[in-house]
Design a protein around this ligand. Structure first.
Ligand code: GTR
Length: 327
């Protein structure tokens, strides 16, 4: 018994010493879905550079751009398990693991982009982070992802009737299937990396995304009608696995958090410029862009999506109302 106890105690002390060593030096692996000149990618590189500099090289980060480390739904699980350390995730596909994130995937929930910043940097962001942390993902800062609109190869969309019968790719989350079905379209959940080919070969007629993503991976080449429904404003996180976070000293954690927030400031600025230039680029590439004179009919169709969501998640009603009723 005594022998056993001593052995265990020695082992525990050794493990602690090891943890202390790893806390001092780590190379983090970071997942990123976007091309290298995308605002998020540039901001992630700044994040990595600031962390390396401020920790004196104790913590470095290797960022894998272009989704080479796998699809977003898979990467979310990898971060949860601690197999990947850092990532920039859109909160859309996180809903299946973290129910709180679904609130920002409700169509037309944020009244505006400035309101989204304020809410995410405040009470709503805190509630969502708390939900994420329980599932192994720590949100360090929020990036802008603008507003998502529909695009397709068949016709411009001006009213819900124009969506009827269109086959549209959505991010992996039943909420988006419900959203498209509420407009009488056919939704196909699919990984981002498969969308271009799927539109090109007619597996789907189109998809929905913000202007920078529509442009950066050339979806506009195969779906030339872009209709500014702006039905989803879904923020993105810069996040770290709670495993990697827990292995850091409090000083390192402070550096990482501050650097992530600084990178979010940069991302938000770059985002505004990229949104405008992406729209110009797709127009120059032959796209017909149309605005929606009245979004009311689209919003009315979403009441079924809200009712279903609130019925299944009564505990999230306060968060829904906090966001929906913000100025
Ligand atoms: C982009 C977003 C990505 C990914 C993609 C998609 O706007 O930044 O993280 O979610 O959309 O549609 O899958």
């Amino acid at each position: 018994m005594t022998y056993n106890f001593t052995l265990k105690a020695t082992f525990a002390a050794g493990a602690l010493a090891l943890a202390a060593t790893t806390a001092q030096a780590a190379e983090l692996r970071a997942w990123n879905i976007h091309v290298e000149d995308y605002p998020n990618s540039i901001a992630l590189e700044s994040f990595a550079a600031e962390v390396a500099e401020k920790t004196g090289g104790e913590i470095t980060m290797k960022i894998f751009h272009n989704g080479v480390l796998g699809s977003q739904p898979d990467a979310i699980e990898q971060v949860r398990l601690g197999a990947l350390d850092v990532a920039n995730f859109n909160l859309g596909p996180m809903g299946t693991s973290v129910p709180e994130t679904n609130v920002v995937s409700l169509p037309f929930i944020f009244p505006s982009i400035p309101a989204m910043y304020k809410l995410m940097d405040g009470e709503a962001g805190d509630a969502i982070s708390a939900g994420m942390e329980k599932k192994g993902i720590k949100a360090l800062a929020w990036y802008d992802s603008g507003a998502r609109s529909f695009y397709n190869s068949i016709r411009p969309i001006n009213s819900p009737a124009d969506v009827e019968g269109l086959k549209l790719r959505v991010m992996n989350n039943d909420l988006f299937v419900g959203m498209v079905e509420a407009l009488d379209g056919n939704a196909t959940p699919m990984a981002f990396g498969e969308v271009y080919q799927s539109i090109k070969t007619g597996v789907v007629d189109g998809a929905e995304n913000n202007p920078p993503s529509y442009e950066s991976v050339s979806h506009y080449e195969v779906a030339q009608f872009y209709s500014l429904t702006e039905h989803l404003i879904i923020p993105e996180c810069v996040c770290i696995s709670t495993k990697a976070w827990g292995a850091m000293t409090p000083e390192q954690q402070e550096i990482v958090k501050t650097a992530a927030r600084n990178s979010a400031e940069q991302q938000r600025e770059l985002w505004q410029a990229r949104e405008a230039s992406a729209l110009e680029a797709v127009k120059a590439g032959g796209v017909t862009v149309n605005t929606i004179a009245d979004k009311g009919p689209f919003q009315e169709r979403m009441s079924a999506v809200y009712d279903g969501f609130l019925e299944a998640n009564p505990d999230l009603a306060d968060l829904v109302n906090l966001i929906r009723n913000a100025e």
